[in-house]
Design a protein around this ligand. Sequence first.
Ligand SMILES: [Ca+2]
Ligand SMILES: [Ca+2]
Ligand SMILES: [Ca+2]
Length: 187
Amino acid sequence: MLNDLQQRKLAHLFTLLDVDDDGTVDKMDYAASADRLVNAFGFAPGSEESRRVRDRYARLWDEVTLPMDADGDERVGLQEFTAGFGRFVTQPEAGYRTHIAPVADAFYDLMDTDGDGRITRVEYLRMAGSAFRMSEANAVVAFDHLDLDGNGSLSREELHLANEQFFRSPDARCHGNWLFGPLPAQG
Ligand SMILES: [Ca+2]
Ligand SMILES: [Ca+2]
Ligand SMILES: [Ca+2]
């Protein structure tokens, strides 16, 4: 069973991923999110980078999200999403490594556009504001929680730690809970 915090984190992410705000996450939401990211990073249409972004999203849908579609309507509702993450990611010991780490790595590589092995605040804000529809204020708060050593950039280790905590930890004190900004107030 996921605790209340774990359910709230997943519900928050679900809202960010439901780009057309129709209450379900489907392939179109991911396509829209990919478009927002491509535009924000200024990748030319048809370029290698924009193809890679769309590829990643297609795989994210096929390999991580679609398996959560319990009733087979090719849309994932909040219940399916929460239950699916619980089953595939949060509960199994290797759940993060198997299902989320490859996605986190892919996003890391997409964000690190100059390839210097660091995600700067600017790169993070661009990703958060486009792909995850976060306000700049929320993205800044998130970044400051994730940059554990305070050097102004995110290392791959910092990003993995944050992701694993976001998707798995039941502990309210974890910095990774801030990965997608502050959680909406309860109730
Ligand atoms: Ca939707
Ligand atoms: Ca469904
Ligand atoms: Ca850092």
